[in-house]
Design a protein around this ligand. Structure first.
Ligand code: SF4
Ligand code: SF4
Length: 360
């Protein structure tokens, strides 16, 4: 492994870029999105309330009895805001650090409750009997969500205090004990709300819960370092080993991500690396070999988990009123996933595959 003389960060072998139609589209789309790293520092300081014993953060989901976010039965807390903009993102409602309204017209039963309660005229009934949403007028008051018994309107993002999240977690504590599970923080990028996430992890450890942090790693090292004493397992995303293609497809270079992964390993926290496999984007043997070479040089990698790309999140982009950026490519076949696992295993890495025929 080569080391940069100026930064001390491992130089990852560069691989040739494949020029094809899909990658051209991805590049164009990523240019249209807000550039992730530019707002990184400001957003991390502004999203959570500071200097509080019981900080508040923006949470968009709490999934109970989760079995794919670390060992055993877990409760996964999903925090709003992400520092990357992956074109294949399957949680588009996580990207913005602020709440967002999702509308699912196919669930609508036409009761007009949302139209009647909207104080700003943002939710309207048109002359042709359709209900529209003017997002410029909407102030996210949430009254339409409360009025919609059909579940056709949903607010992604609720401000919760650490105490309030802990009250939910306590209900599941017995399952953590019996299953070897615990609490996972995910997102979005949970460390974008560094103060809130760290306080939550600290409280979890104080209550005796095992913790996992699911991170893309594109955050300042000092933020990650502050949380690591309260983390039992890091679930670390490795999306692309090429810095240039990572920037095109995830909105920022992977340099900070690779550097932080090395530092977490040196810190001594066990790491499970998670690699989304997106056909034509990051599934070539050259990319996988380069990733394997980098990961094999790290000592605390407990496993590499492969996650097969799928397009099931497409309707969420529509519900958010946003362009669906998910690549129009099929999910990787089970045989291809086994082949990629074999390439990684040749480097001595332990690989976990998704259940065949199932989606991770
Ligand atoms: S969130 Fe409030 S302002 Fe926005 S559409 Fe619903 S009721 Fe109207
Ligand atoms: S309240 Fe829900 S079900 Fe009723 S019109 Fe509005 S979106 Fe449709």
């Amino acid at each position: 492994m080569l080391m940069s003389a100026t930064t001390g960060v491992a130089e990852v072998p560069q691989v040739p870029e494949t020029h094809n139609r899909v990658q051209h589209q991805l590049f164009r789309r990523s240019q249209d999105m807000p550039f992730a790293s530019g707002f990184l520092g400001r957003a991390m300081n502004s999203v959570t309330r500071s200097n509080s014993e019981n900080p508040e953060g923006w949470v968009f989901d709490i999934e109970r009895f989760a079995v794919h976010d670390g060992p055993g039965v877990r409760t996964t807390v999903f925090l709003k805001g992400c520092t990357l903009r992956c074109v294949w993102c399957h949680n588009p409602e996580s990207l913005s650090p602020r709440p967002e309204l999702l509308v699912y017209p196919r669930r609508c039963i036409g009761c007009n409750g949302c139209v009647e309660v909207c104080p700003r005229g943002a939710r309207r009934l048109t002359a042709t009997g359709e209900r529209t949403l003017d997002r410029q007028l909407c102030d996210l008051c949430g009254r339409c969500v409360e009025a919609c018994y059909a579940g056709a309107m949903k607010m992604a993002g609720r401000k919760l205090s650490v105490d309030e999240v802990m009250a939910v977690l306590r209900q599941d504590a017995a399952f953590y004990e019996t299953s070897g599970g615990g609490v996972t923080l995910s997102g979005g990028e949970p460390m974008m709300q560094g103060e809130f996430a760290t306080a939550l992890l600290r409280r979890c450890k104080g209550d005796g819960y095992r913790t996992a942090l699911d991170t893309c790693g594109h955050v300042g090292w000092s933020v990650l370092q502050g949380a690591l004493p309260y983390v039992d397992l890091v679930l670390y995303d490795l999306k692309h080993i090429s810095a240039r293609l990572h920037r095109r497809q995830a909105g920022a270079s992977n340099r900070l991500i690779l550097s932080n992964l090395r530092r977490i390993v040196e810190f001594g926290t066990p790491v499970e690396v998670r690699m989304p496999i997106v056909p034509t984007i990051n599934d070539s043997k050259e990319f996988i070999d380069a990733a394997a070479e980098f990961l094999a040089s790290l000592s605390e990698i407990t496993a590499v988990r492969l996650l097969g790309y799928h397009r099931l999140a497409g309707p969420k982009y529509l519900a958010l009123g946003r362009e669906n950026t998910m690549p129009d490519v099929p999910s990787p076949a089970a045989e291809q996933m086994r082949q990629i696992a074999a390439w990684l295993e040749r480097r001595g890495l332990r690989v976990i595959l998704p259940p065949e025929r199932g989606l991770p």
